[in-house]
Structure formats: C-alpha cells, structure tokens
Write a protein that binds this ligand. Structure first.
Ligand code: NAD
Length: 398
C-alpha cells in the first residue's frame, strides 16, 4: 500500500485524487487541507459518502472514499514520499513553508502545474544549497480540463492533454521522476532539461495576458448585456492580436537565445514560438494553419471557451481579476520580464502588457523599467529572491 499526499481541495485536486485512486488500487491519499473550513467540509462529506467518483468524458469510475484521509497537519502530510500540490501558484508559498521543516531527501514535492519561477521560490524556502535535498518537480501544465461536480465526492475530467513537460531540482532526477508520474497519472511526461526551460516554455503566460490585452484591451470595461453575447476567448484573436502575441513570443525566444549564448552547453529546446507550439500541441485538429490568428480561430478545442466575465448590474464585464491575469502575470509573464532585465534583453511588447494589466489589477510591479514596485513581493520574479545575474538564475540547475 502506498500513500500519496495531495495538497489542495479545488478542481485539479479532485481530478487528481480520482485519477490516482482509479489507476492504482494500492494507493491511499493523504489530503492536506490547511484551510480549516475546507478541511472540515471535505472530511464531513467523505464521512457521509462511501464512494468518490470520477467522470472522464462521460464514463463514471467509483472508488472507496475511505482511501482518502484528510489532514491539516504538515508533519503528517510530509510522511508520504510523493507530495503533489494542485493549487494556484500563489498557494505554493504557504504550502512549501508549512511542509519545509518536515521534508527530507525521501520526499518528492511536485507542483502540478508549476507556472514560472517555482525554482527560485523552492530554493529560497527549502534552504538553498544547504537544504537536505528533497526533490522538487514542476509540471508545465495541469493535464486535465476539470471541474468539481460535488465537493468532496465527485469530479469531472472534460479533456486530457496528451503530454506534459516536467523539470526537477536537482535536474538529474527529471527522467526518473517523469517516468514515475507518467505511470501514476497515465500521461506522457516529457523531461525538460531545466526549471528555467519550464518557466520560459510556460505558454499560458503569453496566451492569457496577451489575449486579454490584444483582443479585449479596448473593451475590457464594456458590458455584454447577456451571457450569450460574451465573446469567445481564444477564437477572438484577430490578425492584430496575433501579431501582438507573436511579438511577445519572439521576445521570449530572444531571452532563450541570450541564455544559450552566454551559457554554452545549456539548451532549452522546449522554448519554441507560440505558432509552432500550437501546431505541435493541436496538430491536425486545427482547421487552418495558415496564420497564427487562424490557428486560434479554427482550433476546435478553443470554440467554447469564453472570455472570463463577472456579473454587473446591466450584464457581464470582462473579469480583470481572473486567474488569466492574477496568476499568469505575477507567476508567469512578470518572471520572464525579471529574467529579461537580468540579461539586458529588451521586451517592449511584454512591457506594454505588464504595464496595462498592472493598472487593471491595481498592482505596481515595474517602476521606471525596474522591478521595484511594491507588489513585487507577491510574485516569483528572481529579483524578489536577490537574484540579479545569470549565475544566480542557474545556481540550482548546474
Ligand atoms: P481551484 O480554485 O479549484 O483550487 C484552489 C484550491 O487551492 C483551494 O480549494 C485550496 O485547496 C487551495 N488553496 C488556495 N489558497 C491556499 C492557501 N493559501 N493555502 C493552501 N491551499 C490553498 O483551482 P484549480 O482549478 O484546481 O487549479 C489549480 C491550478 O491548475 C491553477 O494553477 C490553475 O490555473 C491550473 N489549471 C486548472 C485547470 C482546470 O481545468 N481546473 C486547467 C488548466 C490549469
């Protein structure tokens, strides 16, 4: 019998719990929920319901809920050799800090997904070079589009990605860990060479803030009278927005090239242009590959997802507090900007997005082109951790 700790009680955590329990009958879950209200609600549901259900594209799987043990004790959570955080990136810091005193070299702690800059945060919280080496794993994305159906009792997986990138600290562990997680989750995990590669290959940092700015920048305050009139998100990318996204992607490639030139032998092959990424991720499914805009407009997977909105008196307004901005900027695009500043790479397109979106979400990050705004402390930019050189950026990797 093997225990796995899952940290988180949201959509992704429900899907992960179901997937682990359905795939391997020997697994038991320690579910670490430090937020008291969530912990007691979950514990109450599993004490009343004998089963936990997972619906995967229509088919329902049922497992015994007694295989889930809920805890708020970080020491107990750290007893499992594999610990998986399935939470938004802003929750990595409290969870890592709570578990840090109990982690040893026997533990592997994963962030599913990692977003960007996990390496600096984990290095900082887990004690840098002096830490007793637990392995830290970051995954490029959550493998599923998923939703809680009944809290504590059932989840639905609506879509499954074919492959997901993975990187470890220390990097020598990546191939082995990717294999273990491929088996646990039934997803092809692709080993990346470094956490920096994972951070820069985070396409959500481009697509989400880039589309919010490029396709909705001039109508973010507009009121859509009914839900039906709320526009599609990805399919709203026109030629102008696509050019903008392409410019952001080019700037990330310049950062990648600069690192590879300055650090001979260090390669980041998974950092590719957005247009190529769409082709590789969706391939034949895309109806028209003739331009970046057409790739967005004719990808069947993008035909139902609408721009995030919030209800206002007279209808619906673009929700500027949505994770597309509040997660993908401080734990994505801003990390990339921080890396660019260290390498002296100009990023005029990315700067425009950060400046505009900082205003929308009421945060101060860049001041006079420097990473010194008062809200930098709530991000994962390298500067927050005192990292100001390429050597510092790569200290954990080499
Ligand atoms: P969610 O909002 O459903 O879950 C949030 C959970 O995080 C909470 O229930 C809580 O358990 C935990 N949490 C929040 N703050 C915490 C804190 N301070 N301390 C401890 N725990 C805390 O989110 P989700 O849908 O499960 O998404 C998880 C991650 O996966 C996010 O990064 C999201 O962007 C990404 N993602 C989700 C989907 C999806 O389909 N749900 C798809 C792609 C990517």
């Amino acid at each position: 019998m093997s225990w796995i700790t899952v940290c988180g009680g949201g959509n992704g955590a429900h899907a992960l719990i179901g997937t682990l329990l359905v795939r391997d009958k020997r697994i038991q879950i320690r579910l670490y929920l430090p937020i008291e209200e969530e912990r007691s609600r979950f514990a109450e549901v599993i004490s009343c319901q004998s089963s936990f259900e997972l619906r995967v594209t229509g088919k329902v799987y049922s497992v015994a809920s007694k295989r889930i043990h809920v805890t708020a004790d970080p020491k107990e959570a750290a007893r499992s050799s594999v610990i998986i955080m399935v939470v938004p990136a802003f929750a990595h810091e409290p969870i890592l800090s709570q578990l840090a005193p109990y982690l040893t070299k026997e533990n592997t702690i994963a962030a599913l997904p990692a977003r960007s800059g996990l390496e600096y945060q984990a290095w900082d919280i887990l004690g840098g070079a002096d830490r007793e080496e637990c392995t830290v794993v970051g995954f490029q994305t959550l493998p599923w589009a998923c939703r809680v159906e009944h809290f504590g009792h059932s989840a639905a997986i609506l879509g499954i990605k074919k492959k997901v990138g993975a990187a470890c600290l220390p990097s020598k562990e990546t191939a082995e860990i990717a294999k273990i997680f491929s088996t646990l989750l039934g997803i092809d995990m692709i080993p990346y060479q470094s956490m920096l590669e994972l951070s820069l290959a985070n396409v959500g940092q481009l697509i989400h803030p880039g589309i919010m700015y490029g396709a909705f920048g001039d109508r973010h305050a507009k009121v859509f009278p009914s839900e039906d009139e709320v526009p599609l998100f990805y399919a709203s990318v026109d030629d102008e927005a696509a050019e903008f996204l392409s410019g952001m992607s080019d700037e990330v490639l310049t950062i990648k090239d600069t690192v590879e030139q300055k650090q001979p032998g260090f390669k980041m092959p998974s950092v590719i242009h957005l247009s190529q990424w769409l082709k590789e991720a969706y391939g034949e499914e895309i109806g028209d590959n003739s331009s970046l805009a057409r790739k967005f407009q004719t990808n069947p997977g993008y035909q139902t997802l609408k721009v995030p909105v919030r209800k206002v008196d007279s209808g619906y307004q673009v929700d500027v507090k949505a994770r597309y901005l509040t997660e993908d900027v401080p734990f994505g695009l801003l990390v990339t900007k921080g890396i660019a500043l260290i390498l002296n790479v100009d990023t005029p397109t990315i700067d425009k997005v950060i400046t505009k979106i900082s205003g929308w979400i009421g945060k101060e990050y860049l001041v006079g082109g420097r990473m010194i705004g008062c809200d930098v402390t709530a991000t994962r930019v390298p500067q927050k951790y005192g990292i100001n050189s390429l050597k510092g950026l790569l200290q954990q990797e080499i």
